[in-house]
Every structure is written in C-alpha cells, then in structure tokens.
Design a protein around this ligand. Structure first.
Ligand SMILES: [Zn+2]
Length: 319
C-alpha cells in the first residue's frame, strides 16, 4: 500500500513540476515577445521620425490655414432633423451621443459622420469573443472602411461613446481617423495621440471615468495647451486633420520636436508597451517646450498655469 502511495505522490509531484515548467515557459515567452515587440516598435518610430522630418519639412506647414466650413444648407438642415427624429426612435444611445456632442461642436464639424450615419453598424458581441491583442483586452473597435463598431464589453456606454468618437472623427479619406494619419512611406502615425485625445473627449464630453490610455490622455491634454484656442484642437480632430495640429504646434516648437512628441506617443498605445519612466520623460520634454514658449517671455500668470498643469498630471500618475 505504501508503495502505491509513494508512486502516487511521485506522479503528483512530477505532474506539478511539469505544470510549473510549462507555466514558466509561457511567462518567459510572453516577456520575450514583449521585449521583441518593443525593440521593433522603437526601431519603427526612429525610421518614421527621419522619414517624416524629410517629407513634412518640405511642406511649409506653418502657412496652413484652417479652411472655412460651409454652414448647413436648408436642405441639409431638414435632412439632419429628420435623421435625428429617426435615430431617436431607433437607437437612444446614438441619439444621446450626437445630441451631447453638438453641445460642444457644430454640425458642420461632423458633416461626414452625419452623411455616413445611415450605414453605421454597431455590433454587440459576447464577452467570450473579447479580443486579446498587444498585451491587453480590446473592449471595442471601430473600422472606418466598413463604418462598423464592435463592442465586446461596455460599462455605462463608455466604450460605445469612445468608438463613436472615432466614427465621428473619420475623415472623408479612409486613411484618416481623428489625429491618426497614414502618411506616404512613413505609414500610420499619430495613433497614440489620437487614442489619448479621443479618451480625453470621452471623459470631458460624456463624463466617463478615465479607464483606457491613462498616459496618452495626460499627454494629449498637455498638447492641447499649445493651442491658442482649445476649440480649434477639437475642430482639427473632427476634421481628421493632423497636419493642422502640427502647424499649430509649429508656433511653439520646431518640426523635429513636434514629430518627436507625436511619434513617441505611439509607445504608450498598448498597456504592455507603457513604461512609467518613458512617460515622465516625454511629459517633461513637453513641459520644457511649454515653459520655453510661454514663460520666458511672459509674466502674465503663465507660471501659475504651468504649476497647475504639473499638479494635475502628477495627480493622474497615481491612478
Ligand atoms: Zn480608441
């Protein structure tokens, strides 16, 4: 009998060791993958920086003017009112989204979204289908080409409103959504800034609590301070005009600095890529440019503003 127990115990220990070994291997592979992805991402950002400096440098962005947006024609206004009546009956969440958003921006700023609203598809999927990608769970997605939102998990519509903000800020060309842009050989850039600003508006307009992209939200808010008029940043966002944002930044910094900030923000896109030290260093870089621009030649209380900004962003670190 004793022998049987001993054999059983031996088998159990061997089984446990095997499981521990397998788990250890999994953890090792996870970190190896993460490290590899991080190195690749950094290399990609470095390449992108030099390409963007070359191509954007030739574009005299500082002279860019925001185009005037034509007001809604009477016909458009009638169509819009009819559309809102229909949406009110069919999808209360979508209706509330548009109604609340229009307290902050004009209809003209979301014209493309309104024109495409009839073919906007919102799919609610089961929690089982929740996507694990890039080290985190994706609670929702928006595909601009298909004009389709997928929601895997939501709480108080915070994911839905975030995705609807992506839909509302899609440009007329598929290559643009909010502040992200596919730009010639440099490929997609501005995605980090785009997610941060989208989430900032999600919190500000719809009073949702900060849940996703905490670093990026703080960084996007710091960038907002370079705008002479903060509403212009919202306009640039809803018109999917990253180049207009860069031309605004050029009033305060060099093109190289602007590209450096925007491309570096992509490092914080996914949870597993985030590094607190890198966040602090990028935040510091932005604050130094801010100080150089607004404090050295100004004494009208700007110092106080920088202190407030520091205090605010320090508080967010703890959450
Ligand atoms: Zn998003």
């Amino acid at each position: 009998m004793d022998v049987i127990i001993q054999i059983a115990l031996f088998l159990l220990t061997a089984f446990n060791l095997l499981i521990t070994f397998k788990e250890g291997k999994k953890i090792y592979n996870f970190y190896k993958e993460k490290y590899k992805r991080r190195i690749e991402l950094k290399e990609h950002i470095l390449n992108q920086k030099s390409l963007l400096n070359k191509t954007l440098g030739n574009l005299n962005l500082i002279k860019l003017k925001r185009p005037l947006r034509a007001k809604f024609t009477e016909e458009e206004a009638i169509h819009f009112n009819g559309l809102m009546d229909k949406i009110k009956l069919e999808n209360t969440d979508l209706y509330l989204f548009i109604d609340t958003l229009l307290e902050f921006i004009n209809k003209e700023d979301i014209r493309i979204f309104i024109n495409r609203i009839d073919d906007l598809v919102i799919n609610y999927l089961s929690l089982k289908e929740i996507k694990y990608q890039n080290g985190g769970y994706t609670a929702g997605t928006y595909n601009g080409q298909e004009n389709r939102i997928k929601i895997y998990f939501d709480k108080n519509n915070s994911v839905l409103d975030h995705e609807l903000l992506h839909a509302a800020s899609s440009g007329d060309k598929n290559a643009r959504v909010g502040f992200s842009l596919v730009f010639e050989k440099a490929g997609m850039f501005g995605e980090g800034l785009n997610e941060g600003y989208t989430e900032l508006l999600n919190q500000r307009i719809f009073n949702h609590l900060n849940s996703s992209y905490p670093y990026l939200t703080v960084l996007a808010e710091l960038i907002e301070n370079f705008y002479e008029n903060k509403d212009d940043m919202m306009k640039d966002f809803f018109h999917a005009d990253l180049l207009a944002l860069i031309s605004e930044l050029l009033k305060s910094m060099s093109l190289e600095e602007a590209i450096d900030i925007i491309t570096s923000m992509d490092l914080f896109l996914y949870q597993n890529e985030a590094s607190f030290m890198e966040f602090v260093s990028l935040r510091q870089k932005i604050m130094q440019i801010y100080e150089r621009r607004f404090i050295l030649d100004d004494s009208k209380g700007e110092k106080r503003l920088v202190k407030q900004l520091f205090k605010k962003t320090n508080n967010v670190d703890k959450t």
